[in-house]
Design a protein around this ligand. Structure first.
Ligand code: PLP
Length: 439
């Protein structure tokens, strides 16, 4: 009998024993094509020799040094490399161990930044309804997914949620994409005014929404308007690129495609590529200087921040992305994957939308294409698809629709950037088998 406390206590999961490029292999020798990189984690595949060597070398040299006493070479080098590639005046990197830690730290940093400047009334964070920012209490409060929040609602800080930028579902008839984006961005201004601008500290959003909506990018102009509104009211812009960052969308940082620079940028998943648990929060020079010239201490911290082995893995991953042209490859193979999905599933009666950027792709499933009516969440379409695809040897990331019907079942695809054209064919073949079994 197992003593592991699994995510799903009723599931009887196979044991993974090995990784081989884009495949995971279980104890019976069955191979699974990792079509979602786990949850958009594995950007280099599962057997990258360079990252494995970097981890082995670092753990043999220095496994751990507490950042309250010492810094380390890989942490310094990774921060330098990230900042050399980051847009705008993002200037400092605060390392953590994962995505929720990054968004949680971002919320606290936003609060402390305002306090350091004597702005003591700013305490509200605004986020969006279709969003996921992590599972710790602050991050969960920022996320807008009711299913994830429900049980813990009494424990969550009060964060307001405005409309997402979700063109497929929300754009009005006769409304242009651009006008739609401006309209929903202006919801932020309305919410800031409702709360009182002097009380709002930050707005948090995913540039391309992952887990809750399935690779939904904003329309052109949306984030530029968001940036303007944040600047006008002194509200910090926190972009959560935990899932969509690190080359996943065909840019190293997803916000580059939107032409905006946040004040705080959160990354994780692809940063460690699965070889080590690591995340990071990048912040602007202005924010760092407010702390440096003020209290000199960010009132936060975890034991494993800046872990030498994790940062050595991150350094090897980012070098691989840059030196091997893998960000560009994500963009190119993403177009090929999209074209293959359109060719195979474009006419499917239950495929409502195919979207995304780079190797971050979403398939929205609907009961009826004309009216865009989602499936009844009670049918469990996403769960059945996950199971059928897994049995066919494909790992993909289906998510159930929400009970309010605002967002339907969808499948998220986020394969490793080393994916071949044959493997694109394998993804579409196996998805077709799964869809045929379920719908
Ligand atoms: N933010 C986003 C956008 C995510 O997609 C996730 C995880 O899926 C998180 C934060 C939380 O990351 P983690 O699971 O590493 O805590």
């Amino acid at each position: 009998m197992s003593h592991v406390f699994p995510r799903h206590t009723k599931a009887n999961l196979p044991t993974a024993v090995a990784g081989d490029g884009c495949y995971l292999i279980d104890a019976n020798g069955k191979r699974y094509l990792d079509g979602s990189g786990g949850a958009a984690v594995s950007c280099l595949g599962h057997s990258d020799a360079g990252v494995i060597a970097a981890v082995q070398e670092q753990v043999g040299k220095l496994a751990f040094a507490h950042t309250g006493f010492l810094t380390s070479e890989p942490a310094e080098a990774l921060a330098d490399l990230l900042i050399s590639q980051a847009p705008g005046d993002l200037d400092r990197v605060y390392f953590v161990s994962g995505g929720s830690e990054a968004t949680e730290a971002a919320i606290k940093l936003a609060r402390q930044y305002h306090l350091e400047r004597g702005d003591t009334t700013r305490r509200h964070v605004i986020a969006r309804r279709q969003s996921y920012h992590g599972n710790t209490l602050g991050a969960l409060a920022a996320g807008g997914n009711e299913w994830r929040r429900q049980q813990f609602a009494p424990l969550l800080i009060d964060i307001s949620h405005i409309a997402p930028c979700y063109e497929y579902v929300d754009r009005g008839e006769g409304e242009s994409s651009y006008d739609y984006g401006q309209r929903v961005a202006n919801d932020l201004e309305a919410e800031i005014l409702r709360l009182g601008p002097e009380t709002v500290m930050a707005f948090m959003a995913e540039p391309v929404v992952g887990a809750t909506s399935g690779a939904v990018p904003a329309v052109e102009g949306y984030f530029k308007r968001i940036r303007e509104i944040c600047d006008q009211y002194g509200v910090l812009l926190i972009l959560d690129e935990v899932m969509c960052g690190m080359g996943r969308t065909g840019h190293l940082f997803a916000c580059e495609a939107d032409g905006v620079v946040p004040d705080i940028l959160c990354i994780a998943k692809g940063l460690g590529a699965g070889y080590q648990p690591i995340g990071a929060m990048l912040c602007s020079r202005q924010i760092y200087e407010a702390i440096e010239s003020g209290s000199g201490f960010f009132q936060h911290g975890h034991t494993y921040i800046g872990h030498p082995v994790a940062t050595a893995a991150g350094l090897a991953v980012v070098r691989a992305l840059l030196d091997r042209g893998l960000v560009q490859r994500s963009a190119e193979m993403g177009e090929k994957l999209h074209a293959a999905l359109v060719a195979r599933f474009g006419p499917h009666p239950h495929v409502g939308d195919l979207r995304g950027r780079g190797l971050f792709r979403g398939i929205e499933l609907v009961a009826d294409r004309e009216s865009k009516t989602p499936f009844d969440p009670g049918l469990g379409v996403a769960g059945k698809l996950k199971k059928a695809a897994f049995e066919a040897g494909l790992i993909c990331y289906p998510m159930a629709g929400t009970r309010d019907g605002r967002n339907g079942d969808h499948i998220l695809l986020a394969p490793p950037f080393i994916l071949s054209e044959d493997q694109i064919g394998e993804i579409t073949d196996k998805l077709e088998i799964a869809l045929a079994q379920v719908l």
